[in-house]
Design a binder for this molecule. Structure first.
Ligand code: 13P
Length: 292
């Protein structure tokens, strides 16, 4: 199936009362794991890669093109409706290169509205969706601690003004959700989310899906959230699976079978089973199963 527009996936989710997961991959194995989970759940999904925590020199010297190329071929193999997002680009040139590399959705990590509007103009001419962001999330850690020193919650009026100026297709908002939070759950302010919803009419996006409290998901969806971004939970599951695969393997096994073979002994492929399980569970919790 060819790529589906992210804006269309989110509009369908909004009408259907569910949310679509963006499950951030980091290589072809993790991308395949997300696709496999989507296929097993018969669910639409947003595939893609993030720029925020990746070495900028690598990204700027062909990394974006490599990611676009494996993302496009994975999407082409999929029988599910999928969009392909280049998430949290640091610079406008990165986002523009993402469009050239075949991503059909991009996000620029900036509060420079004029720059986002410039991106929207180019992207929309090419049928590419753009995600905007207003407000800054706190950062969490593996120990459950939260650093909110540079965080700011989304002000509903500011969201209205941002949308009018930037013209993005969906909007990431900050209402207590926390990036990269593990071993704890964020304290989210659903009243603030409702107040934002009352002021904007594009689908809302939650970053920090790993630490987002499961019991708040249905209400968040009711209050306009159509997309959850998840990253840390997938890498955590992968590392756990990899440790188990390494501990369980025979020391005499061939390195060619263990590394990159895609055979039964492939350590990375074994580790991805845990990633598939996590993604499937999240798709179900967002109400996305059977929506393809
Ligand atoms: P988590 O790593 O906290 O799940 O957040 C991912 C994210 O928001 C990517 O944009």
């Amino acid at each position: 199936m060819s790529l589906t527009s992210m804006a269309e996936l989110l509009e369908a989710a909004r009408c259907g009362g569910y949310a679509v997961g963006y499950f951030e991959a980091w290589d072809s194995y993790s991308l395949d794991a997300v696709l496999q989970a989507a296929e097993e759940e018969n669910a639409p999904v947003i595939l893609g890669f993030g720029c925020l925590l990746v070495d900028q020199t690598w990204l700027d010297h062909g990394g974006i093109e490599i990611l676009g190329s494996i993302g496009r071929s994975a999407a082409a193999r999929s029988t599910m409706p999928v969009a392909l997002l280049l998430n949290e680009c640091h610079t406008l040139p990165q986002a523009l290169r993402g469009i050239e590399a075949g991503f059909n959705a991009v996000m620029l990590h900036t509060d420079d509205v004029a720059m986002v509007a410039e991106l929207v103009e180019v992207a929309h001419r090419r049928g590419v969706s753009v995600e905007g962001e207003i407000g800054t999330l706190p950062n969490g850690g593996a120990d459950g601690r939260v650093d909110a020193s540079r965080a700011s919650t989304t002000e509903p009026e500011a969201a209205t003004a941002y949308l009018a100026a930037a013209g993005v297709d969906c909007l990431a908002v900050s209402f207590g959700n926390v990036h990269t939070l593990e071993s704890a759950f964020a304290q989210v302010d659903l009243d603030r989310l409702a107040a934002i919803r009352a002021c904007v009419d594009v689908p809302l996006v939650v970053h920090g899906g790993t630490g987002f409290p499961g019991e708040a998901v249905p209400e968040a969806i009711e209050r306009g959230v159509a997309k959850f971004n998840v990253g840390t939970a997938l890498k955590r599951a992968y590392l756990q699976g990899l440790r188990e695969a390494l501990a369980g393997g025979s020391p005499k096994a061939s390195p060619h079978d263990l590394v990159g073979s895609h055979k039964i002994a492939d350590l990375q492929a074994a580790a991805m089973k845990d990633v598939v399980a996590v993604v499937r569970e999240l798709i179900r919790s967002y109400g996305g199963s059977g929506r393809a």
